[in-house]
Design a protein. Structure first.
Length: 540
């Protein structure tokens, strides 16, 4: 749509892994070198891991282009297979015939062995590439290892390349997979692009797409793009594609900061923009989870009315809310205070955050903010989220904001009242329209939280101990059911399912692991456990 407008011959930021757009960052160049080395070695396994969107598939497509001509390749895209299905897929990829309806592993192995011997006799080599290998079952991984046992007296007959997400490395550490792990001849973990590489990556893709005039992304937007995307190529592509479309629609020549931020919010679904609510699927899911969350919150607060009444003795944010209700203040904006540096507003934001917890924050102290928090019994957490997460966590929080020039500054969010947010920015307290947040905030936050006395480390399914009893009590309070007593302190079964449902509703990864983010959501409605952003039902 916008290609002709900007003088491009093709779309520069497609998420399709096109080898023509292969940008040789340090990481991608080393990843490719490891794969090529593994291909030329004498059999065994080559392992490439990386987070989602870092470019593993693009590296693999580039590898196929550089693959020696004497190589036969089987490419497996869907590894969620049984052993029989995997062997059948390998036969199909190598065009090895087998009886129709065959399910005999022995027949498959015999056919593959005969094929590999024939390939070797012709002076060629065979390679199997498996994408998303973290989804392989242990028994399938073991069968893959056995395939690499096919050999002559002098040479291995099969080379295996596995691409997967970081958890694949942990999977391969399992004792039953030790023999497979020992056969890995080359391994590489592909990281994110660096701050310096992001501008080069963007400009490279634009040049490949035929850009010959101007600079579509000014330096300040590219600096912000790095922070928004974390250097993940896939996110860079999606954000840049949306930003170019938005720039075209506005009839502008360059992507400005506001268009970039709007595009990022569209990609991440942050801020509750109207355009997101118009999307049917999003709307249905959001509505469904909101109904569940509201129901749970209502029951919870019916059970805890007394605690809310007692809360009137607390100062901090509750007093700010009451005062604001009696004396409405005209809403202002989130602009950076005049004559305040980023460090100044950061220190003052931390000070305001600690004040909400009735704690002291010493500006200029040599200790970090987290060390100061731990000294006073609290934990700290840095993360990335959206306005919905702020409501669900329901604690005062420091946000990293960005001004029109792309420079960062900091503000402490201390209250949410409907569509109004109360911020401390520098030495000013401002009432802000909640929709203003999405224009200035890319999602980075810093929050303080109080860990339960029973909490020592992340609670995982199958774990035992007093943290299980605390978790069961907390869930009972949220759900309005009787608090259980005398249960076996094992984290399994129905309680894991309840935690996963809560995580799903809160927009967290529903893995059942109870860590800081899950604990914050579990205690968010408990205003006896610390200051809250809003009273009443969760979610505002």
């Amino acid at each position: 749509m916008y290609e002709e407008y900007f003088g491009l011959t093709k779309k520069p930021f497609s998420i399709v892994p096109d080898p023509r757009y292969f940008y040789t960052s340090v990481g991608h160049r080393e990843a490719l070198a490891h794969l090529l080395y593994g291909i030329k070695s004498d059999g065994g396994f080559v392992l490439l891991t990386g987070e989602v969107g870092t470019g593993k598939t693009t590296v693999c497509r580039r590898l196929l282009e550089l693959m020696p001509e004497d190589t036969e390749v089987a490419f497996i895209l869907n590894p969620k297979l049984t052993v029989e299905e995997l062997l059948a897929t390998i036969c199909d990829e190598f065009r090895i015939s087998y009886p129709e309806g065959n399910t005999s592993i022995k027949v498959f192995i015999a056919g593959i062995n005969d094929y590999l011997l024939d390939v070797h006799a012709k002076g060629r080599r065979a390679v199997i590439i498996i994408e998303e290998a973290q989804n392989l079952k242990p028994e399938v991984l073991e069968q893959i290892r056995l395939l690499t046992n096919l050999e002559t007296n002098e040479h291995k007959l099969l080379q295996m390349i596995m691409l997967g997400q970081p958890e694949l490395r942990e999977i391969l550490k399992q004792p039953q997979l030790l023999q497979l792990s020992q056969r890995i001849t080359a391994r590489y973990h592909l990281g994110h692009l660096s701050r310096e590489e992001v501008p080069a990556y963007v400009n490279y893709r634009l040049s490949v797409a035929g850009l010959v005039r101007g600079q579509l992304f000014p330096p300040q937007t590219l600096r912000r793009l790095y922070r928004l995307s974390g250097g993940i190529p896939r996110l860079i592509n999606v954000i840049c594609d949306r930003a170019l479309l938005g720039t075209y629609v506005q009839g502008k020549d360059q992507v400005d900061m506001e268009t970039l931020m709007t595009s990022a919010h569209e990609v991440f679904g942050e801020g509750g923009h109207k355009r997101q609510r118009q999307r049917i699927v999003y709307g249905v899911l959001a509505g469904f989870f909101l109904v569940i969350l509201t129901a749970l919150g209502t029951v919870y607060y019916m059970q805890r009315t007394k605690a809310v009444v007692v809360a009137s003795s607390r100062p901090a944010v509750q007093e700010a809310v009451a005062k604001a209700k009696d004396n409405p203040v005209k809403k202002t904006n989130l602009e950076r205070p005049v004559n305040y540096t980023a460090n100044a507003t950061m220190e003052m934001a931390y000070q305001a955050l600690f004040k909400q917890w009735q704690l002291q924050y010493s500006r200029g102290d040599s200790r970090t903010v987290c060390e100061q928090a731990r000294k006073q019994g609290l934990q700290c957490l840095k993360g990335k989220g959206n306005i919905g997460h702020l409501r669900l966590m329901n604690r005062p929080i420091v946000l990293t904001l960005v001004d029109e020039k792309g420079d960062e500054y900091f503000a402490a969010l201390i209250s949410l009242r409907g569509e109004t947010a109360v911020f401390v920015i520098g030495n000013e307290t401002r009432d802000i329209d909640i929709n203003e947040i999405s224009r200035r905030w890319a999602g980075d936050y810093f929050i303080l939280w109080r860990a339960p006395q029973e909490y020592k480390e992340e609670l995982k399914p199958g774990d035992r101990g007093p943290m299980v009893a605390w978790l069961d009590r907390q869930l009972a309070l949220i759900q309005g059911r009787p608090v259980p007593t005398g249960r076996e302190q094992v984290y399994h079964g129905e309680i894991v399912k309840e935690v996963k449902r809560l995580q799903l509703t809160a927009g967290l990864l529903a893995d059942g692991i109870v860590g800081p983010r899950t604990i914050i959501c579990l205690t968010a409605a408990d205003d006896n456990d610390g200051p809250v952003l809003h009273e009443g039902k969760r979610g505002g």
